[in-house]
Design a protein around this ligand. Structure first.
Ligand SMILES: *Cc1c(COP(=O)(O)O)cnc(C)c1O
Length: 418
């Protein structure tokens, strides 16, 4: 279990996260609750820093993985930059004390309002994904008397060999500008008064287990950088995106140092700074979803553990058929049985785990592991379910970093007929 920040004390029955018992967190904050380990996210960040030692580099945490202010604050204090995909995420970063100069703004559909917000905040770089977006940025920046720093996100057309929904660097994806168009676009951008060319970016996908496709993308990007240099265009940074995978089940992972080694080799000796945009690998295994078993239901073909968390809290199993390890928080002397762990939502897709051997009774607590990334940020209010509380554990203390939503909050902005 070394990838997960949980342990059992010798002679104790209850699972701990750092030095705090999960049963105590359930008692204090209720369930379902997302619980994060500050130590685990710090360790994940330091692993990247170590892998990049001696290089001019910025680790831009991908905010969409988990955008809670407490999480952003923790990364800001570690010195991280931020990769954002909306004006909303920018406001979060600013509210959490993040440095706007270290913000990169990705995404295919930036609105004029979002661009204005980002120009006002003086962010570090706009990652441009289309010629139309370049024009919009140039026009908006000039109208504000500003110059917008940009990188083009190029689509290197390499197959990251991951789930189709989370692969982004193929020709058929909506992301980035075509590799073959990039050189001409840079030349055009270099002539624009509202634009300052400062970098190049690529991001090929998520939950990558193999570093080879990232190194291949870096090679293609580097070939382009050399062409740009020949055109008299110098860049300040090369952004190789995020995407490093984490262990959910029995995946074998290289770790940050070995994952980045091939990329660092490709870019060895280059004057440009390196930018990274990791999300999942910084926060995924630092978080878990704590839930309580409401009922055990014994169907004709299957046994169900019906819990108080559901697909609205953690969508990944329903959305990607994703695997999350499930561990009982307390030891039980009941015999283990094979359960589907399901929520109370009226959808057959509402499951969190399938066919798991669990020794549980009604009322027991379960920890759904590896839920720190793309968990809370993808949560919804489906079935008018208030979203979960979020708790940060820091050594022997823990505190709420988000209060549990109240049902009244959910319809506070709605109106009856006039
Ligand atoms: C989602 C995303 C990331 C982060 O991906 P992870 O797999 O969470 O590391 C980085 N960059 C961009 C542009 C993204 O869209």
């Amino acid at each position: 279990m070394t990838d997960f920040p949980i342990s059992t004390l010798h002679g104790d029955d209850s699972l701990l996260i750092e030095s705090v018992a999960l049963s105590e967190i359930a008692e204090r904050f209720g369930t379902p609750t997302y619980v994060y380990s500050r130590q685990a996210l710090t360790d994940a960040y330091h692993a990247y820093e170590q892998a990049l030692a001696g290089r001019r580099a910025t680790i831009c945490y991908a905010v969409k993985a988990n955008s809670n202010l407490g999480i952003l604050d923790a990364f800001a204090r570690l010195g991280a930059g931020f990769d954002i995909v909306s004006g909303g995420e920018l406001k979060r970063v600013l509210a959490a004390g993040g440095d706007p100069a270290k913000v990169v703004f990705s995404g295919v559909g930036k609105t004029v309002d979002e661009i204005r917000l980002a120009l006002d905040a003086c962010i570090g770089c706009f990652n441009i994904e289309s010629p139309e977006e370049l024009d919009r940025l140039d026009t908006t920046a000039r109208a504000m008397g500003k110059t917008a720093p940009i990188a083009f996100r190029v689509n290197p057309d390499v197959d990251p060999k991951t789930h189709p929904y989370i692969s982004t660097g193929l020709k058929a994806n909506k992301f980035g500008v075509a590799y073959s168009d990039a050189r001409a676009l840079y030349r055009r951008a270099a002539t624009m008064d509202g634009i300052a060319v400062c970098g190049i970016a690529s991001h090929i996908g998520s939950q990558l287990l193999d570093p080879a496709p990232v190194a291949e993308a870096a090679e293609r990007v580097l070939a382009l950088v050399k062409q740009l240099n020949a055109d008299g265009i110098e860049l300040d940074h090369i952004d190789i995106g995020g995407g490093m995978g984490i262990r959910y089940d029995d995946e074998i992972l290289p770790g940050a140092t070995r994952f980045l080694a091939p990329v660092l080799e490709v870019l060895a000796g280059r004057p440009e700074a390196l930018h990274l945009e990791p999300g999942r690998s910084l926060i995924g295994n630092a978080g878990l979803l704590l839930t309580r078993v409401e009922f055990l239901k014994h169907g004709e073909e299957k046994h169900f553990a019906i819990v108080d968390a559901a697909m609205n809290d953690l969508a990944r199993p329903a959305l990607y058929d994703a695997y999350h390890a499930v561990v009982p928080v307390q030891r039980s002397d009941t015999p283990a049985q094979t359960y589907d762990v399901v929520g109370p939502i009226c959808e057959s897709g509402d499951f969190l785990a399938r066919d798991r051997q669990l020794a549980v009774r009604a009322g027991d607590l379960l920890a759904i592991l590896s839920a720190g990334a793309y968990g809370m940020t993808m949560a919804s209010n489906y079935n008018t379910r208030p979203r979960a509380a979020e708790v940060m554990v820091d050594g022997e203390v823990c505190y709420a970093i988000r209060e549990r939503e109240r049902v009244e909050d959910l319809y506070a902005n709605e109106h009856r007929l006039p």
